[in-house]
Design a protein around this ligand. Structure first.
Ligand code: NAD
Ligand code: DAU
Length: 353
């Protein structure tokens, strides 16, 4: 039986990934979710999994920068696979306060690698999959794509910290032979995303009648991928990917921000029986994000041709599912913003904090 340690499993992608794992047919593994529970985390996301698979799912509140704790957990659960999602993930926050980003994204990744190195030196193999972002490649003009061979050119403290962690991971493969793979993904969307990111922020603001802030001229472009398609790609890389390799993952789905926000206005309007112009009238062009990358576009031919992956969720359909999820989970939205989920953590995990 595999013993998989997932870092950051109470965040957006980590939650979806753990749900994806427990939906797989005929798989037998244990999953250890290691999460520090920052503002972006909500362990309640996995309450049903925790209940249903109490013999195979374990939550451990821990900081990935804590070497002794992580080391103990690796031994306690006889971990043979690490899938590393934990990070400070929001670009705007990294501009206001970069230090947590350097600590968790760089030092945290380094700490995990050191724990693995110690085991490798004792003859124990631990597979390490590192989840990274297309932001490491920098900003594109109107044409062209990011390839796995594209040079790194990070332009925010967030992307610089992710780039540093990617380099560390590759160096531990070259130097110590740690069996690593890296995936580099474009913008994810879907359920459980913290409402500071564009799509959930816009949905929530519409529902509350608040202004919809669009940075700059709104013509920045992002390549959107449904989160479960990201999860299936990571799982495939883990099972069939070549050790030491990096795989781009993208939606082949470029949208200008303003077009996306207007489209969301129409979608939420249909679902809430409100004229779409009421939501569109809330759009405000606001001061641009410093260093705002103009365009991201991922070429993911490598994972498609070598591993047979492809995105399956059409954007318009995925957005509908996402809007519906948020509309049906207003409680979740209110909890993650109000701090009520922090109380839930104390009640449910109080004796382990
Ligand atoms: P998120 O902010 O929603 O979740 C991050 C999780 O990591 C949270 O649960 C948080 O509590 C945990 N965490 C933070 N610091 C920690 C620490 N020191 N120790 C243990 N846990 C800690 O992030 P996300 O959007 O789910 O992103 C997950 C990963 O995917 C990140 O590495 C991010 O860089 C990468 N990524 C995200 C996207 C995207 O569109 N969201 C795209 C490409 C890559
Ligand atoms: O590309 C992958 C990255 O996607 C991940 O590595 C990051 O963790 C994730 O946060 C995301 O980064 P972005 O900066 O692209 O996502 P965000 O949702 O913050 O912004 C998406 C676009 O929308 C970006 O061009 C900035 C713009 N924006 C964002 C917000 C929050 C606005 O115009 N208004 C807003 O209020």
């Amino acid at each position: 039986m595999k013993s998989i340690l997932v870092t950051g499993g109470c965040g957006f992608i980590g939650t979806n990934f753990i749900r994806f794992l427990f939906d797989l047919p005929d798989e037998h593994f244990i999953v250890v979710n290691v999460d520090k529970l920052t503002y972006a985390a909500n362990p309640e996301n996995l309450a049903d999994i925790s209940h249903k698979y109490s013999d195979r799912y374990f939550f451990e509140k821990a900081d990935i920068c804590d070497f002794p704790k992580i080391s103990n957990l690796i031994d306690k659960y006889e971990v043979d696979t690490i899938i590393h999602f934990a990070a400070e993930s929001h670009v705007d926050r990294s501009i206001v306060g970069p230090s947590d980003f350097i600590r968790t994204n760089v030092f945290g990744t380094f700490t995990l690698l050191e724990v693995v190195r110690q085991r490798i030196e004792k003859g124990k193999s631990i597979r390490f999959h590192h989840v990274s972002t297309d932001e490491v490649y920098g900003s594109l003009g109107p044409t062209g794509y990011f390839y796995e061979s594209s040079p790194y050119n990070p332009r925010s403290p967030y992307s610089a910290s992710k780039a540093a962690s990617d380099h560390l991971v590759r160096s531990y493969f070259a130097t110590y032979g740690i069996p690593i793979t890296i995936s580099i993904c474009s913008n994810n969307y879907g359920p459980y995303q913290f409402p500071e990111k564009l799509i959930p922020l816009m949905i929530l603001s519409m529902l509350e009648g608040k202004e919809l802030p669009v940075y700059g001229d709104g013509k920045n472009i992002r390549d959107w991928l449904y989160v479960m398609d990201h999860c299936s790609a990571v799982w495939l890389i883990l099972n069939k990917g070549k050790i030491g390799e990096t795989y781009n993952i993208g939606g082949e789905n470029e949208w200008e921000n303003i077009r996306l926000v207007e489209y969301l206005c129409e979608l939420v309007a249909r679902r809430t029986n409100v004229p779409s112009n009421r939501y569109k009238s809330l759009i405000r062009f606001v001061m641009d994000r410093p260093g705002h990358d103009r365009r991201y576009a991922i070429n993911c031919d490598k994972i498609k041709t070598e591993l047979g992956w492809k995105p399956t969720v059409i954007f318009e359909k995925g957005l509908e599912m996402t809007v519906d999820w948020y509309l049906n989970n207003l409680d979740w939205l209110n909890k993650v913003r109000s701090g009520e989920y922090i109380k839930w953590i104390e009640i449910n995990y109080g004796n382990r904090l």
